[in-house]
Design a protein around this ligand. Sequence first.
Ligand code: GLU
Length: 881
Amino acid sequence: MKYVILFIFLYIQRSNCRDIIIGGLFDENKGLADVYSEGALKFAVERLNNETLDNSNKFVYKIYSTPKNNPFEALKKTCKLLEEGVVAIFGPQNIKNFDAVQSVCNAKDIPVIQTRWNVRPLRDSTVINNYPHPSVLSKAYLDFVRVWNWKRFAILYDNDESLKRINDILQLTLYREYNIIVRRLDQYNTGNYRNVLRELADHDMTNFFIDCRLGFLQDLLQQFLQAGLVNKRYHFFIDHLDAHVLDLWYLRYSQANITSVRLVNNVNNDEKAKEALCISYYEEDFFSDCFLRTSYPLIIDGVTLINRTLNAMKNVPQFEAKKLSCDSIDSWEYGLSFINFMKSESFMGMTGKLKFDNEGFRSDFVLEVVELQETGMTPLGTWTPHGGYNLARMNTNTSDPEGVDSLANKNLTVQITLTKPFGFRTESPNTLYGNDRYEGFAIDLIKALAEMEHFNYTFVLREDNDNGSKDPVSGQWSGMLGDLINKTTDLAITDLTINSQRAEAVDFTSPFMNLGIAILFQKPKEAEPNFFSFTDPFSLDTWAGLFFTFLIVSFSMYLLGRLCPSEWTNPYPCIQEPEYLVNQFTLANSFWFSTGCLMQQGSEIAPIATATRMVGIMWMFLILILIASYTANLAASLATENPEKLFTDVNSLVENAETKHIRYGAKKNGATYNFFKHSKSATYKKIFEHMRTHPEDMVRENVDGVTLARETQYALFMENIAIDYEIQRHCTLEMYGDLLDNKGYGIAMRKQSPYRSRLSSAILKLQSTGVMDNLKRKWWQEKKGGGQCVATESQEATPLGMKNVEGVFVVTMEGLIIGILIVLIEKFLSIWQISKRSKISFYETFKHEMKCYMDFENMSKPVLRGEDDDTNDEEYQEFSK
Ligand code: GLU
């Protein structure tokens, strides 16, 4: 009974519940609506339905995609949404489409929520724009220039739209105290900004204000880097609110000031939204961050705004949505009040405080200022329209506290390990002392740095080759990093991978080498020879083509042979006027002829007529080419080993490991192991699980893994730089798959070390002058057995496909067609001649001849004579029946 009442109650509740439909028109991307915008709307609507206690409204979303710059399509989709009875529509980002949507919605009094910047007045329109107003943003940018006291700087902008955003800053060019260079970046979309950058370098500009589309920023910053304009002298301000989504790992150690602003500050408190909408560029947890485009939380805030407006309008009598048709002139009678209620709402959303002015613009908001640091984009402070900037520090150009010569004449203890090729014991018949005891890449690098920076050094060896890892329980660092922190040493250099966990504990120089994780495994073994390997030179379609051509040619010989008058020959040459003629092209003979040609042995049968000869020649030509190709390819396929790869990349390794009995692992507690440990990707998590549950597959040092890989079916996850070293020396090993991540090796030192910037600059110098490359070549390729394994491109003999030989087949077929044409002409002439000679009508002659030819059982035919002729009328009569 209790349940029945509950059911009835729920039923009544449900029947009272009305559907509130929210429309979404999102730009089409590969035929689908932008998945993240769609995801944001779905997420917001579902969350509202789950969280709203009041069950009177059930929110429903209707989403359509609109191809960019297609206002007609946008119009059609808007009409569809209006027919559904939407209360509001999220408009597309594409401005042309948005204008079309806006025009219909204006006429129908349906609110349109815009989540991109807009400078055009919204007066008397139904648009609510929850993106920060460009004029206020422009003020934020101007404040930035003032706060940082930029008097000399360059403004780089991308298109005419940019000018509206940087309008206030451009006004500064009118003042004498400012020295501003304004340049449009790439008017002709060549993707080359180098000329502009060269010019700015010539002017010795160090501050850059960049207004550029997100898609171009990555290239632009890379070209800045190439032009040598990214180091601690330079300061960049990027005014794009989505700059934080960029993958700027390569600039993290540049020490340049890269500052930007964003609106998504509140997102970090909303774990669920983050999970649903964050784009993570890095699989590795250390670097992973929530990269959320501004428009997604703006959509979520838009949905909250609709819900709040509905609540505020609860008391409006008979308020309800209306289904509208674009063919009628009616509009939503509650539309304008709905919009007015929306404009008067004010609340804290995911993008901070939402408050609208009379026009429907958002002019009061908080921007978060972020700065690129080694761990990624890091918050530095905020900006508000009324309070301006509130930053943790105003000017980051604080230089090395100990002055520029801080390294000169210093005595530094440099810790090394005997990790190949970073450090070796020097082989010598004499007893060596001090630094002479060691040689290797790291030793040469420190030597070069010491020469440049004039410091003295003493190498200390870490015998256990432990680079350093953090104990998850005690939080203590082991290995070289532990020694640094405990002040036992000043610098540490080996294959020391920079990652953010380590970067929190110690300082690193700029990376002197870039690398990523890959797989080291045995080269594939030669596959077992195939029983049918003689068929290998041709692919199946070529064999099939040859077979069908053989059939076609044989039948053609048979048919053409019958049709060709010259193929009917006198069986007794000594009789001048034979009674009947015979034909050599029986079906069996035709096949025998083709077979003889195919085997290049010939046959007794020789075509006489032009047409049959034509077909024969073409067939022989085809055979000639195919046999030549077959012979060449057979030699190649017998000579090459067809390697049998057990796996090709990380995914196939994980999938096949068990079935193919492949063990895999990495260095215990090394950076590679930690990469898998902190990764969020399903495959990498699986790999970590395997590593955790199979400690026997983990190696103490990479050299042990290399030995295992050489001797057994063992795949070692290893950094590609180290793989490179090993495959130069062990020719049975090979690198598999692409790099799983992107990182670098750096020299480590204690936090706040005064040596860092000098050493980083020196490393950059060594890189740009080619010294680093020379050192790498010396220790990887030349010394200690390098360059033994000449990388031979494995040349697999591929079977000749139809694509390779289709030309000859076509030529043969053309020959066949020409043969048929010749036969027809020849036939016509011969019938005409016979009819003339025998004085029988052309038609009768034709009939007689055709009858003879169609009699497939008979390989002889009577010679036709006229009434004047005294011979063989009987037979003629018989045939003409
Ligand atoms: N380079 C790594 C580290 O610094 C060691 C080798 C590895 O983990 O592959 O720990």
